[in-house]
Write a protein that binds this ligand. Structure first.
Ligand SMILES: Nc1ncnc2c1ncn2[C@@H]1O[C@H](COP(=O)(O)OP(=O)(O)O)[C@@H](O)[C@H]1O
Ligand SMILES: [Mg+2]
Length: 222
């Protein structure tokens, strides 16, 4: 069984009375434990595709099966529940909640699941990413690299089956990027998580088992 299966996915945005189709019939499947990159130029539809795969957005046509559950038949609450159960997400701009401390940010997915010992689990995850002493700091008190390490801790908190990372080093300098990427791949290996990575960095993409190229909303090869 594939952990993620995408069939003939299209996405059309409507704005100002005009339709813009940004994905044209994309299909692929990912097996559990696989590591997978999606590469392509800016504007080619990578973020749109990832949002559909993670159940953050709905396709115009086609279907997405996550862990064999068909996402497009679910309503927003049902998709949120599936995300919390199966999915971790890392964004280019970190997307930590600004009013919560680092520790509280990592606790959010655990508390949503009603897990006992959320604080201790979050603390040990922060230690794992080298930020055990920074739990009481707010996102604005952390550097970009530190914020991304907090979001790594948050993404792994609910032991996701699949992790989506959208240009996770896009806002970081070269040295900081290398640290974040090493940590991402280490945590991923330890947890045996399936990884779907969007990047335009071909060296980074080469670290994954498979690469698909997307251009103008169409897959170039699989
Ligand atoms: N909400 C939206 N409404 C209208 N157009 C959008 C929206 N989101 C993205 N687009 C357009 O869809 C295309 C693909 O965007 P995106 O998926 O973000 O590409 P990438 O991540 O590869 O840079 C772009 O032309 C972008 O302007
Ligand atoms: Mg993008």
């Amino acid at each position: 069984m594939s952990i993620l299966r995408v069939e003939d996915l299209t996405r059309t945005y409507s704005s100002g009375g005009r339709d813009l189709t940004v994905l044209h019939g994309v299909s692929f499947a990912i097996e559990p434990g696989d590591t997978f990159s999606i590469v392509g130029p800016s504007g080619s539809g990578k973020t749109t595709l990832l949002g559909l795969c993670a159940g953050l957005d709905r396709a115009t046509s086609g279907s997405v099966y996550l862990n064999d559950i068909r996402l497009d038949t679910l309503n927003e609450d049902q998709r949120a529940a599936i995300r919390n159960q199966y999915v971790g997400f890392i964004f280019q701009n970190f997307q930590l909640l600004p009013t919560l401390t680092a520790l509280e940010n990592v606790m959010v997915p655990l508390e949503l699941r009603g897990e006992k010992g959320a604080k201790q689990t979050a603390q040990s995850l922060l230690e794992r990413v080298g930020l055990g002493q920074r739990g009481h700091h707010y996102p604005t008190q952390l550097s970009g690299g530190e914020q991304q390490r907090v979001s790594l801790a948050r993404a792994f908190a609910n032991r996701p089956k699949i992790l989506f990372a959208d240009e996770p080093t896009g806002n970081l300098d070269t040295d900081t990027s290398a640290t974040v990427i090493d940590l991402l791949f280490e945590l991923n290996r330890e947890a045996g998580t399936t990884l779907v990575l969007v990047t335009h960095d071909l060296d980074l993409a080469a670290k994954t088992n498979r690469i698909i190229r997307i251009k103008g909303g169409t897959m170039a090869n699989g």
